[in-house]
Design a protein around this ligand. Sequence first.
Ligand code: ADP
Ligand code: ZN
Ligand code: ZN
Length: 726
Amino acid sequence: MPPPPIPGHCLTQVLVQTPAHSQMAGALSYWSPTPVQPGTLVRVPLGQRELLGVVWPSESPAAAEVALDPAKLRPITAALDALPPLNHRWRALISFAASYYQRTAGEVALAALPPQLRDMSSVQLARRLKKRAKAAATPARPPPSPTLDATSTPTPDAGPAAASVVLTAEQQQAIDQFHQQPGPFLLFGATGSGKTEVFMHCTAALLAASPEAQALVMVPEINLTPQLEARFKARFCARYGDDAVVSLHSGMTPAQRLNSWLAAHSGAARVVLGTRMAVFASMPHLQLIVVDEEHDPSYKSGEGARYSARDLAIYRARLEGAKVMLGSATPSLESWHHSRPAAEGGRYLRLEMPSRVGRGQLPLVRRVDMNHQPKSCIIAAPLLAAIAQRIARGEQSMVFLNRRGYAPVLQCSDCDWKSECPHCSAYRVFHKIDRTLRCHHCGLSERVPRACPACGNSDIMPLGRGTERLEEHLAELLTDIRRPDGQPVRIVRIDADTTRLKGTLESQLAQVHTGEVDVLVGTQMIAKGHDFRRITLVAAVNPDNALFSGDFRAPERLFSLLMQAAGRAGRDETVANQSEMWLQTFQPAHPLYEALKQHDYPAFAASQLKERQQAAMPPFSFQALVRAEARSQEAAQGFLNLASQAAASESDMAALLAQLMLYPAVPMSMARIANIERAQMLVESPSRTALQRFLSVWQAVLHHTRADPRCKGVIRWAIDVDPLNI
Ligand code: ADP
Ligand code: ZN
Ligand code: ZN
């Protein structure tokens, strides 16, 4: 090591947010007047800027670079040492995530910190911490009332009384196993079997056993489940104070996020409730990680480091010596496979809760064979009659369709014109409410033309239907039906269009909960997680599309969505009538619907896993995608193919390549968005290790290839390890 320029100064390695694909992949070196502990946040100069950084141990591989010319090294600007350093387990998580997902440690580390920290001087931070300390020192407020704030949805069961529920035998058994076994656990519980209750019990037990213990509870999308937040707050704030439960998700303001993060990092927060980003929260006394609805695709990040928070949760639990519990009524096939019996190689312990709490029955699944319905039929007559019957009884129905807008396409009745987006390989969707054509991919929005732009014909027609049209259609069909109080039917639509304004989703959900609404129409947004009490009929209007998708995960997603949707029905045992799930399908005998009718996830999973095994697909193989964006398809594909050839010609790659399949580059299923062409290349291997080793070498090859003059048109590329959409 070269001598310090100033005697007594120490060489310090610092991670900063290195732009993706920059040559500064590792930690940067600085001088510091005093030794700074690894994990300490610092401010450092870089070029003309001053950045937030994290001191990284010099022995780590990330730090081993930079030809050290002591004269060129600069001192750190300040150490934010009012904060305790990020501990070595957190750093190990960051290092692992960076290497597994093929990103730089600096990018992952800095993205894991609250954005507001990036712009704070040490003085501002110290001031903020002082304010927090002062607030904590003021006498505790009385325990919060069950209704937490104006925006939270009223919940029938969120009150303090919830702490005293008598557990079902299945719940008790799951909890006993949790205490006796090391895990990881997969809580496989029917919708309404009381999984949340189990999560809360396990959390409560660990928090009670140790005054410092912390729990991380992850949910797919917190905005869709305000109830869950309310339940946790009601349960744990009453005992441990208002600060004990904090949320961490992207819907919060930067100031709120920083506050939550500081509470977690200082140990003041005993429970952190968050979305996928929360997997990186600094929690010095982490003892439990819960991943609710673990099958949900939103646990996989779609940008930057494309990490899976569910997979990282498993890894992190091992690092921290914490327990981890995944939960779902329809587990991902990966997790299901991992939870096979230990004798067959399973690594997770499966905890089963097949029954619903109380007498709430799972709905009866009914298939309407659309082959026998009139051609332009949207809602089959028997389904309509069933909905009308519910309304007359004062019960609620939920009708869902996975397409928002009025119609997915406008078409000229004379010529071939369709409402294509000029910038994307997609049609623009007709939204009747403001008479616009909107591209859901690039955002282009225009007034609907008065006449066909191609031939001038004034007769342009909506083709197909989205939720907006379905709502309109239902209103027409149900005009003569009356509620028990003699009032006309009330229909509410919930989708990304109706919930754009902050607070509207909450108020719409509240309307459903209080029973003001008779029919709820929406996209998959309404199918997930909500504990609606009075819905006795759920209908999927047109679920068939996914049966014919090219994506091998489409059936898994469809099954889970329909099962979740069915799970919204019949949750209230005081409603005596058998609840129903209706499917309108042209494939009534399809095995997927057959399994759904039996509520038989294990049978469905077994048949899917068998197919996957025969085709050597995940979880029986490991995949990565490299995606490239360019001015033209040729450029995007050319770059990928060139990089693939370059890898093949590397002499030391032969052994690795023998364990891999490198497929040719193909256009992505959405080949063009906003005039940018997109292509992808799939890499597959039966060995995760071989795939990982290949990717780490191939990274450099891809960088190199990108600089080739033949790849001028390439805009960017990225590696997606364990991709969900192929
Ligand atoms: P899941 O998450 O499995 O869908 P929840 O935990 O939301 O199920 O439970 C469904 C409903 O049953 C909730 O209203 C919850 O308060 C209630 N519940 C859960 N466990 C019990 C129990 N042991 N006794 C009575 N009600 C319960
Ligand atoms: Zn025309
Ligand atoms: Zn577009």
